[in-house]
Design a binder for this molecule. Sequence first.
Ligand code: PMP
Ligand code: GLN
Length: 381
Amino acid sequence: LARRLHGLGTTIFAEMTALAVETGSVNLGQGFPDTDGPVEVLEAAVEAIRSGVNQYPPGPGTAELRHAVAEHQLRCYGLSWDPDTEVLVTTGATEAIAAAMLALVEPGDEVVALEPFYDSYGASVAMAGGVLVPVTLRPPSYALDVDALRAAVTPRTRLILLNSPHNPTGAVLSPEEVAAVAAVAVEHDLLVVSDEVYEHMVYDGRAHVPPATLEGMRERTVSVSSAGKTFSVTGWKVGWVTGPAELVTAVRTAKQFLTYTSGAPFQPAVAAGLRLGQPPLDALRDSLQGKRDLLCAGLRDLGLEVFTPAGTYFVTTDIRPLGFDDGVEFCRALPRRYGVVAIPSAVFYADSERGRHLVRWAFCKRDDTLALALEKLAPLR
Ligand code: PMP
Ligand code: GLN
């Protein structure tokens, strides 16, 4: 194993989903919905396969999907991108992030990221030869510590890898926090890679603010999103990047030699989904908000300390009120003892000690799945 991959091991999602299958547990670990997305989207993929859309699509993605992504960004955020040069379709957000790191980070460059972070960030930065510098978000609010962000920036800093709505904490950066990040980026002339895969999963009437909408940010921001979350089709792995042509061209250069292209019949289906406009997105958000409330109330009843999330699929809890001390041990024991899988948040920290007492639960599941999980967990109380 090459030295730059040392310590990456097996992703927690593979380990925990395998354990869920092996033990027949309710899987509140890996963030995937257990219901499919809009029927129009599913039907469009079936129709595309039947009508022969099964060979390599164009490397940057089909023109139809690139136009649909551009229209979606314009409709939702007032951002105007040229579909030919400023939009790139990727194999999920995961590839978009990896390609962005490979394209934009020189060996030894520092990448500032909010910690805890989605586990592919550390791996992508490492594969690019970069150094991830964490800025820790702390419970209960998981608010951004702007002084810590400023202190993390050094002359070696190349970019800020941002994620809001934020996995795993569920935090959503406020307009003021996004403005603070933008101020730091502009002041130090940094690029921003903004992972917005949960852009439509923001609750309680709050709004998602894309950093690219702020002054001085359009020209330095690569925004990333994914159909997996937006249309509840995580296995399709259709993502996209938007940004100024120069940055998108750089990401495309790396992307060409990772996968070249993928998802031929899924690209027209995702384009059809984006053209459905706001109604299915609002319906999904409202449904997920209800699921959040159900799981948070249930976990609180068990005695866990619950940090209610403003967005995403996930809620974080502190396990200490139940007398446990180590989230990794807790999550390894949970499937066999109670028949439920959750994710130890420690895996999302550069220094796992900082997440030692924390456990992440996914609520993007059917209400009866959530109720069953809570029933199985009842003896914890
Ligand atoms: N970023 C974040 C914050 C995520 O939670 C995920 C997980 N789905 C991804 C990126 C990857 O998205 P995709 O499945 O489209 O590769
Ligand atoms: N993003 C999802 C999560 O955080 C799934 C990630 C994955 O399977 N790689 O659970």
